[in-house]
Design a protein around this ligand. Structure first.
Ligand SMILES: NC(=O)c1ccc[n+]([C@@H]2O[C@H](COP(=O)([O-])OP(=O)(O)OC[C@H]3O[C@@H](n4cnc5c(N)ncnc54)[C@H](O)[C@@H]3O)[C@@H](O)[C@H]2O)c1
Length: 398
């Protein structure tokens, strides 16, 4: 019998309990302690790592196989935090078992997978929330409200710039790190697909506010670069031109000279707004300085509230909302290998797993791209290559 029918708290399980799964365990622990959920099971193919801030309840079970867990522990809500290439089969099994799913981003790797998962959501009538936690930010809500209220005038461009550093150790963290395929199957790590996916999704959310409808990409242009012998991008410039609404540009790197946390820049006829999305610092037209807009609605808590009142509490990040992100991912997956940068352009610092590589001049180039809406090749950056261009047909969007 389901938790809803008995009045008992929803039974929660986590599949993929190590790695980022430990963060989910820390989110669940206080909800479990408060009696709002009951953590019934953890699943991982590797031994479960202890998480001091979220000790395993005495009666919670540990499994190595998710199908066995679904049959035995009968959860109501399942967090899926396994590597991206495993998401579709595991999420479908969760839905078929009658549970709602909080599926980590990127939810799936192609539009074909998106359609299969959307069909499973529709057939089962269960909920699928995707782990784009920055969508629950109050600062984003204030920005989109300002856009909708016309404070920026007509929005002409949306862009993001981010410059992070990732060490050699980062690329040794998991078998799928830095890879485009693993054992012949697509996996897709990379700056756009993984750590800076949130930057892209925040832009798509602002674009959604401009037109009042989800973004429908007409053209996706992509320049991808790497500083290591990896199979994916650590530096990229992306432009999505939607069928309606302003273009979106993402200019990002994991080989940055200076740290830029991640800015979403919205340009309009009446001014410019900047949201630093990892810190929720927002600058609106007329503001003297950025100010923190604290508050994030948690994705698990929102999913629990949605279960209790589906009509009254919409999901923050329903699968359908992530379709344009997956269209971008599909273009990334289909693009040729990123251009390898080296020689005098790339500087190394640190030793062993802590070694980081930076691209000379990359911060200035990315900032100019985000500020102007141009790709690096259009700015005459000497190491830039022409973009790969994908035209989407209306059938492909569906
Ligand atoms: N929302 C965010 O900000 C954020 C941050 C980091 C990672 N992520 C996402 O979380 C997911 C996991 O990332 P990670 O870095 O923890 O990866 P990871 O490779 O460390 O995998 C997480 C765990 O899943 C386990 N696992 C693998 N296959 C499994 C299976 N079939 N059944 C059960 N367990 C399995 C692994 O043993 C590992 O312990 C990815 O989708 C990643 O993009 C999201």
């Amino acid at each position: 019998m389901s938790a809803g029918a008995t009045g008992a708290p929803p039974r929660v399980a986590v599949i993929g309990a190590n790695g980022h799964g430990r963060w989910h365990r820390r989110v669940i622990a206080p909800l479990h302690d408060a009696g709002r959920v009951r953590l019934v099971a953890l699943v991982d193919v590797r031994p479960i790592e202890p998480e001091p801030a979220a000790p395993l309840p005495a009666d919670a079970a540990v499994f190595t196989d998710h199908a066995q867990m679904l049959a035995v522990a009968r959860p109501d809500v399942v967090v899926v935090c396994t590597p991206p290439h495993t998401h579709l089969p595991i999420a479908r099994d969760v839905l078929a078992a009658g549970a709602d799913v909080l599926l980590e981003k990127p939810p799936v790797l192609s539009m074909a997978e998106h359609r299969l998962l959307a069909a499973a959501v529709a057939e089962t009538g269960r909920a699928c929330q995707v782990g784009f936690q920055a969508l629950g930010s109050a600062a984003l809500a204030e920005l989109t409200a300002a856009v909708t209220a016309g404070r920026l005038g007509t929005v002409t461009g949306i862009a993001t710039v981010a410059a992070w550093q990732r060490s050699d150790g980062y690329y040794a963290r998991a078998p799928w790190a830095g890879r485009r395929t693993l054992h012949g199957r697509p996996v897709l790590d990379g700056a756009l697909a993984n750590p800076l996916a949130h930057a892209v999704m925040q832009c798509l959310a602002v674009a959604e506010a401009v037109t009042g409808t989800p973004v429908r990409p007409a053209t996706i242009e992509l320049e991808r670069y790497r500083v290591r012998p990896i199979e994916v991008d650590d530096t990229a410039a992306l432009r999505v031109v939607p069928r309606s609404g302003p273009p979106i540009v993402a200019a990002v790197t994991l080989a940055g000279e200076d740290f830029v946390a991640g800015e979403v820049i919205v340009t309009g006829s009446a001014g410019r707004a900047v949201l630093e999305y990892p810190t929720d610092r927002l600058l609106l037209p007329g503001d003297d300085a950025p100010r923190e807009v604290p508050g994030r609605r948690g994705l698990l808590e929102n999913l629990l509230a949605h279960r209790a009142d589906p009509a009254g509490t919409p999901l923050i990040a329903p699968l359908a909302r992530t379709a344009p992100f997956t269209a971008v991912l599909e273009a990334v997956q289909a693009a040729p290998e990123p251009t390898l940068l080296g020689g005098d352009l790339v500087t190394a610092a640190g030793q062993g797993p802590d070694r980081v590589l930076t691209v000379r001049g990359v911060n200035a180039a990315l900032r100019e791209a985000a500020g102007s809406g141009a790709l690096l090749s259009e700015l005459g950056v000497p190491w830039a290559v022409p973009p790969v261009r994908t035209e989407l047909t209306r059938e492909e969007e569906a």
